[in-house]
Design a binder for this molecule. Sequence first.
Ligand SMILES: Nc1ncnc2c1ncn2[C@@H]1O[C@H](COP(=O)(O)OP(=O)(O)O)[C@@H](O)[C@H]1O
Ligand SMILES: [Mg+2]
Length: 299
Amino acid sequence: MNIGIVINTITFEARELINTAAKYFPDVKIELFKNDDFKFDITDDNGFKTDVDVFLQRSISMTRAVYTSFILEGYGYRVVSSHDTLSITEDKLKMTSHLKRHHVPTPRTMIAFTKETAMDAIHDLEYPVIIKPVSGSWGRLVAMLENDRAATAVLEDREELGTVYHKIYYLQDFVHKPGRSVDQYIDGDTVGRDIRAFVIGDEVASAMYRYEVPNDFRSNVTLGGRAEAYHITPELENIALKAARAVKGEIVGVDLMESDKGLVVVEVNGSPQFQGIMKSTGINIPKRILEYIIRTTKR
Ligand SMILES: Nc1ncnc2c1ncn2[C@@H]1O[C@H](COP(=O)(O)OP(=O)(O)O)[C@@H](O)[C@H]1O
Ligand SMILES: [Mg+2]
């Protein structure tokens, strides 16, 4: 079987997939496709020819990932993650709506398009409120608004400095994580955590807690959040798989929080990194990915 990996640059994930294929799957040939080198005639059915059986999409640039998955699928190739999954997950507004339509529990979320209606929505939600750009990752520009003064400042920044996408206001109830009160955030004494579940096909391959970055409410590993193995429970498995299906995802990262009403899904990542989860759980994620891809791809 020939597996193509679409990349911008060689990441930890791409390297691990190549090394794992060499070690465990001698019949698999891996070919790298740098999206910088692509040139497509999208008006010609034969505009792109290769003997690759399936593509793994690992571009760091989400915009390029969405487009190259779309184009390759147009030529008849299977791509994981698909254009459908990536175009839903790259946009938090669409992602949250899809989760809601599939009855996956999420924090209450409001959308507004002007600073005035955004302020009204913030008052509907009640402080503290989380504001996020609809498109973004690694916790960038995800902020906690604690009062009118902070909210006015952030909304004005977005209005004056932001692109058109920063003016789509995505506002969300703050989820009180276990062992946490808002006062503790203000004091800067942080212990809260989220859960990341790594879904491969119909299974949660592994899961971890991600503890908050000191003096922050965010726990992204890229920001310095500490990871620790999580024992997968039936509740987690059920919700994470439902969330993956809601975005038509095959290999996705599902971020959850333990709210007082049970687990809620805050986001689904269509192109999840796996260095942190491999280190904290010891599960061989690239091997599981390759097994899944080989099992589910027709030659
Ligand atoms: N509603 C919320 N309540 C409390 N903390 C949140 C909430 N939403 C996000 N966070 C924290 O902020 C981090 C980044 O938010 P997330 O929606 O995952 O954006 P990104 O795509 O940038 O990772 C999360 O991992 C979580 O720790
Ligand atoms: Mg996240």
